[in-house]
Design a binder for this molecule. Structure first.
Ligand SMILES: CC(C)(COP(=O)(O)OP(=O)(O)OC[C@H]1O[C@@H](n2cnc3c(N)ncnc32)[C@H](O)[C@@H]1OP(=O)(O)O)[C@@H](O)C(=O)NCCC(=O)NCCS
Length: 161
């Protein structure tokens, strides 16, 4: 059974994780624990409970904000002129051995669900993400993320009214 868990260095083998994007692997291996402890991000991983040490994928979430001017014109009209509160999907990756099996979709769904849960308590308009390349950008657009006006590699997904 697939399960989403908080990253735990005592249980999860971070060194074996290989997504195909070195920066995303290094982040998991070298920085994710430290940044979680410092309250800068929350990192969640996907495991198969039959092999609970093996990481199939991960994502990280933090609080963020975006200038309203970066959003589409219609959205801007509905929002105040000051920076808009958001969540940031800082990193998301699936181990290369498991690409194309729907795990990326599952991780985005988990992340959005966490955001919807959190915004019951703290307001946030959208989920934003910094795509690490054209392929990642296409992946997020596939899920309805919209490129920001000045920086199309940053994309946002409205979390609903
Ligand atoms: C991008 C990544 C997360 C996709 O994960 P995955 O498990 O292979 O993707 P899925 O099998 O869940 O694909 C789900 C859907 O996204 C689509 N998709 C996958 N990668 C895509 C891409 N690069 N561009 C456009 N669509 C893509 C699939 O076709 C599929 O569409 P469907 O549901 O209509 O059939 C994965 O390839 C990865 O980790 N890549 C390296 C790291 C990376 O680029 N991360 C992005 C964050 S910056």
């Amino acid at each position: 059974m697939l399960e989403e868990q908080l990253l735990d260095p005592g249980r999860h083998d971070r060194q074996a994780f290989t997504s195909g994007v070195r920066e995303l692997d290094e982040y998991l291996q070298r920085f994710a624990i430290q940044q979680s402890k410092r309250g800068v991000t929350v990192v969640r991983v996907l495991v198969d409970t039959d092999r609970p040490g093996t990481l199939l994928g991960y994502y990280s979430l933090s609080a963020a904000q975006v200038d309203a001017i970066q959003l589409d014109a219609r959205t801007q009209q509905r929002l105040p002129r000051y920076p808009v509160p958001c969540f940031r999907l800082g990193r998301l990756a699936v181990d290369a051995a498991y690409h194309g099996r729907g795990l990326g979709r599952l991780l985005i769904g988990c992340a959005v669900e966490r955001c919807l849960e959190a915004r019951k308590h703290v307001a946030a308009y959208a989920l934003i993400v910094d795509a690490k390349g054209e392929s990642a950008k296409a992946f997020y657009e596939h899920y309805g993320f919209t490129p920001c006006r000045d920086n199309p590699m940053t994309l946002y997904l409205s979390l609903g009214a």
